[in-house]
Design a protein around this ligand. Sequence first.
Ligand SMILES: CC(C)(COP(=O)(O)OP(=O)(O)OC[C@H]1O[C@@H](n2cnc3c(N)ncnc32)[C@H](O)[C@@H]1OP(=O)(O)O)[C@@H](O)C(=O)NCCC(=O)NCCS
Length: 175
Amino acid sequence: MSEGIISGRKKMTVMERGMVIEPLSKATLKGALETIKDAFPEEETEQVEFLSFSLSPKRKSLFNHLEFFVLIKDGSVIGVMGFGALRYEPEDIAWILYPAIRRSDQRHGQGTVLLGELVERARASGVKRLFADTSTESDDLGAKIFYGKAGFVRVGCIKPYFDDGSGLEYWMKEL
Ligand SMILES: CC(C)(COP(=O)(O)OP(=O)(O)OC[C@H]1O[C@@H](n2cnc3c(N)ncnc32)[C@H](O)[C@@H]1OP(=O)(O)O)[C@@H](O)C(=O)NCCC(=O)NCCS
């Protein structure tokens, strides 16, 4: 893996096999939203606002952190992941937001690469504790294995939490 320099600032990480990780931009917003919709088919549309907020300095000022990154393969967005925290939260924490790899590209290590890059970017932004939320539902088991392999540990659960009685689980990685 090698790092590229754009406009004098470290912005882009160039990887093997024609893959690039870069901060979300207006140019990649549509592909990022399509990727989230593909990975989370039942998700509502609030993520549209979330991602757009990160591109708006005014809206972004509501957050301590709000950064999204896209993984581009052969010119198309195949992965999205962000970290963010609202203003009322401690400055050194952030939450992983919308970790999504297109279904056709899952289980090829891309999520792990994107998460690794996100961890580095979060650390560079002063984040010391990075949280991920999942659920106790069986379809989140894969995500929990994914986080566990990346060094996250389960730190809590609120159950019942969702309408169907399932619980909300919190995972954390110290950076
Ligand atoms: C979760 C997600 C981002 C992981 O990205 P990915 O590129 O598929 O993950 P990786 O290939 O890097 O997986 C690394 C390891 O995590 C585990 N893992 C990942 N997805 C898994 C799944 N669905 N089931 C079981 N284990 C899984 C595996 O151990 C995997 O290693 P292996 O393939 O060598 O066995 C991606 O699968 C995704 O977008 N899922 C749908 C959205 C989602 O559930 N997001 C998380 C919400 S909490």
